[in-house]
Design a protein around this ligand. Sequence first.
Ligand code: C5J
Length: 237
Amino acid sequence: MPDMRPDALDVDPETSRIVEAEPYPLSFDLSTTALIIIDMQRDFLEPGGFGELLGNDVSLLRSTIQPTKDVLEAARSAGLTVIHTREGHRPDLMDAPSSKLARGNLDLGIGDEGPMGRILVRGEEGHNIIPELAPLANEPVVDKPGKGAFFETDLQLLLQNKNIETIIICGVTTEVCVHTTVREANDRGYECLVLEDCVGSYFPEFQRIGIEMIKAQGGIFGWVVNSNSAISALERK
Ligand code: C5J
C-alpha cells in the first residue's frame, strides 16, 4: 500500500536525501538544493595575497580547499545547482561605501594596488576564484559588493528560478561572509546546511563559535555537518 500522507506524495525516492546533521537530521531533495561556494578568492586564500598582507595565516583557510573540492565534485555528479560568489567592487569603486573603503585605516586597502592587482576589484588577479575551485561555464558566479551574497545581487532571483529550497554552504570567512549569507538566506526562508570543514576563518575561536552559533537553539540559522557526511548523503552511500 503506497504512503498517501500529503508530505509523502511530494517525495521523489530517487532524489530525496537525509543527512545526519546537527542539531537533527535534515531532509532535502537534489532537485531543490544548491551548493553555494562563498568567496574562495585568491586574495583571501593564497600566500602573498591581501589576507596574508593583513597579517593573517592563510593556511587556516587553505585547509578548506580539498574538502570543498570533494563536495563540489559530488554536487556536480548529483546534478545540484552550483553557484560561486566573489566579494569585490567596480574599478571605479562607486559600489563601495566610503565607510568600507576607510575602515581599518590600512596602508593598503580596497582599490589600492596590492600583491595581486587592485585589492578586491573585479577583473584583478586577486579577485579571481582559486584555480582548484574554478567554476564551470554553466555555474553562475555572483559578484557581490557586500558581505552577504543576497545584498545588491541577483542571487535570490537565480535561486527562485531554480526552485531552490535548501542551500549547502562552503567558503570563507566563516564569521563574516559565510555567516552574513546564511543569516540572509535564513530570513528568506531557505534551509542552510553549513559544511564545517569547508568553511574557514583566520581566527580559530571565531571558527568554533561561528559554527556553534548556526546550530544552537534547535538550528537557529540552520544545520551543520562535515563534508564526508554531506558527500555520503549526496551519493546516498
Ligand atoms: C571578508 C569574506 N572577511 N569573504 N570577506 O572580508 O568573508
